[in-house]
Design a protein around this ligand. Structure first.
Ligand code: TPP
Ligand code: MG
Length: 328
């Protein structure tokens, strides 16, 4: 953390350790995906979440049974946070029969409705409409949960997003919109695509309250999400949180990265990294020992290695499955 214990209200050392574990799991998972992609074990579209881990870790702490989550194509972390077994995610990425979508969806089409995870969507902004529909269904069926709907700074310029904000506020739908502002939409910087770059204000015309959050500080994410969800669960209608973050890797696996400098990326990694910041805070506050940190690292690495081993040795889908699960 940048601060010395300031602003940590409601974020106990235990919660901090849990968040640390989640962030590390996601980071090591994504590093393994990159490695497997390089080996040709994974193919097709694939978007990594490295750098943005504090968002999912801070939000997941507030995700309960009966809640639902939906996001775009940068979705591995969100699936893991909903409780999906890393083995099933890696098997899906590797196109294997035991993958989450029977090995036929790939990276952008993870789906686990039994855990409240509704994807995994490749159409930029579509998850906002789908997520708003999920929230409408939840309210209509008098269920208690909330929907957490993630989308990017680029997606935030889609017209359908504003139709959704209007309906969500009009009907006081139980939905939290989280804008993951990682400063780029593919190769386009926010400044070149958005007339107003303060995304927390995007709901102003519809009276949807919004807040801007340091998305590299998991404690800040945790606190802001807790407050927003408390208001939504109390029947207060939708909320928007803009999480200011950064992705370290390319947009997808094929990205020449001509639109930003290596120095810019390096600077973020060195000064803002969410995992390093939390580790420093835990150590400096005496909340964790070096050996405890090592044990977490070892446990996470073992789990990911085992998942990769599992995925690589599963069979591919049967040829007879080619035309099943096709909606046409
Ligand atoms: C409707 C639609 N338009 C364009 C694309 C191509 N496309 C894929 S990702 C992307 C950028 C989205 O950026 P952002 O919303 O900031 O999300 P990020 O990738 O940064 O997480 C675009 C334009 C698409 N998939 N769908
Ligand atoms: Mg973006």
């Amino acid at each position: 953390m940048k601060s010395d214990g300031q602003g940590k209200a409601g974020f106990t050392p235990e919660q901090a350790k849990a968040a640390y574990h989640t962030m590390l799991l996601v980071r090591r998972f994504e590093e393994k995906v990159a490695q497997m992609y390089g080996l040709g074990l994974i193919g097709g579209y694939c978007h990594l979440y490295i750098g943005q881990e504090a968002i999912i870790a801070g939000v997941a702490a507030h995700y309960h049974d009966g809640d639902q989550m939906i996001t775009g194509y940068r979705d591995h972390a969100h699936a893991l946070a909903c409780g999906v077994d890393p083995r099933r995610v890696l098997a899906e990425l590797a196109g294997r029969r035991n993958g989450l979508s029977k090995g036929k969806g790939g990276s952008m089409h993870l789906f686990a409705p039994q855990l409240g995870f509704f994807g995994g969507h490749g159409i930029v902004g579509a998850q906002v409409s789908l997520g708003t529909g999920l929230a409408f269904a939840m309210q209509h069926q008098k269920k208690n949960g909330v929907v957490i709907c993630f989308f990017g700074d680029g997606a935030a310029n889609q017209g359908q997003v504003y139709e959704c904000f209007n309906m969500a506020q009009l009907w006081r739908l139980p939905i939290l919109y989280i804008i993951e502002n990682n400063r780029y939409a593919m190769g386009t910087p926010v400044m070149r695509a958005s007339a107003v770059t303060d995304f927390s204000r995007r709901g102003t015309a519809f009276d949807v309250p919004g807040a801007r959050v340091d998305g590299m500080d998991v404690a800040a994410v945790h606190a802001a999400t807790g407050a927003a969800l408390a208001a939504i669960r109390a029947g207060g209608g939708p909320r928007i949180l803009e999480m200011q973050t950064y992705r370290y890797r390319g947009h997808s696996m094929a990205d020449p990265a001509k639109y930003r400098s290596a120095e810019e990326v390096q600077k973020m990694r060195e000064t803002q990294d969410p995992i390093d910041q939390l580790r420093d805070w835990l150590l400096q506050g005496g909340h964790i020992s070096e050996s405890e940190l090592r044990a977490i690292e070892t446990g996470v690495r073992a789990r990911i290695s085992e998942a990769a081993e599992y995925a690589a040795h599963q069979p591919e889908p049967d040829a007879a499955e080619l035309m099943t699960d096709v909606l046409a």
